[in-house]
Design a protein around this ligand. Structure first.
Ligand code: SAM
Length: 278
């Protein structure tokens, strides 16, 4: 028998076997909150993926055959969307990220549907040259995507990215962007504490504090506004509105201040789409 126990031991709610009553009650209490948060996060990914899939489908239907996925990561659209013949999909990301994806999918016998071309370079370097070297044609209309990227770039790098995209975009080119959400420091701290609490309740290891990798830059340009001033016609859709439209918004998971309409708008991304004007 454990040295912590004797045959006639007793306990209160904070010690020995009594403490286990608190542990299971705490897990029970946290379960609905955790379930809501996980469901909401999954729903956000699904809604975002659906939105940008549709964007590419419409661009292809409009005749665009040149696609650039900025910071493509493990994006598998070159493999899974129904691209018309002749479509070239350029994927830009760090060399090892691209290598991993292509090797893993090849190992599983999966081949791209489009002519997929890797552009292994950091987006803070001279990626337009690297893109051209792979055959990119700036005279042809392009469908660009920046999904899950802007939050990892400082404000000036975001501006430079869109300057390059604009310079490389023939009239009729399209661009789709997931904007970086911005939250006040106290709200971010509340979210971080909440995730830590949930992770602890479920015995999850704290693998990576993603927020530490992001630039929450108060000077970051508003994407639609910036593009509007640089020759693009834009449309913005708030991610929560799109989630509600698809019945995927889990209100119980959201901690924004419901009395402050700006709170939700700031805490969530926008999906911005744009078309380059002649
Ligand atoms: N766009 C993909 C998606 O939505 O599935 C990947 C998103 S993932 C959250 C962020 C990606 O951005 C990673 O693949 C990372 O390598 C890439 N990334 C971030 N900063 C980058 C940079 N400066 N240059 C190239 N890639 C970058």
């Amino acid at each position: 028998m454990s040295s912590l126990r004797t045959d006639d031991d007793t306990w209160d709610i904070a010690s020995s076997v009594g403490a286990t009553a608190v542990m299971v009650a705490a897990s029970r209490a946290a379960e609905p909150e955790a379930a809501a948060v996980f469901e909401h996060m999954g729903n956000y990914q699904a809604v975002r993926t659906h939105f940008f899939d549709e964007y590419f489908t419409r661009a292809a239907a409009a005749g665009i055959r040149q696609v650039v996925i900025l910071a493509s990561g493990l994006d598998s659209r070159a493999y899974r969307l129904d691209w018309p013949a002749g479509t070239v999909v350029y994927e830009i990301d760090q060399p090892k990220v691209l290598e991993y994806k292509a090797a893993t999918l090849a190992e599983h016998g999966v081949s791209p549907v489009a002519d997929r071309r890797e552009v292994p370079i950091d987006l803070r370097f001279d990626w337009p040259k690297a893109l051209r070297d792979k055959g990119f044609d700036p005279q042809a209309p392009t469908a660009w995507l920046a999904e899950g990227l802007l939050m990892y770039l400082p404000a000036d790098a975001q501006d430079r990215l869109f300057e390059h995209v604009t310079a490389l975009s023939a009239a009729g080119s399209r661009l789709a962007v997931e904007t970086a959400a911005s939250q006040p420091v106290d709200r971010r701290e509340e979210m971080r504490a909440r995730f830590e609490r949930i992770a602890a309740q479920f015995g999850l290891e704290k693998a990576l504090d993603v927020a530490q990798l992001m630039y929450d830059d108060p000077d970051r340009a508003d994407v639609a506004d910036w593009l509007g001033r640089h020759g693009w016609q834009t449309e913005s859709l708030s991610a929560p509105d799109e989630m509600r439209r698809l019945d995927r918004f889990v209100a119980a998971a959201v901690t924004t201040d419901t009395d402050d309409p700006d709170s939700e708008a700031q805490a969530f991304s926008q999906f911005v789409t744009a078309e380059r004007q002649p």
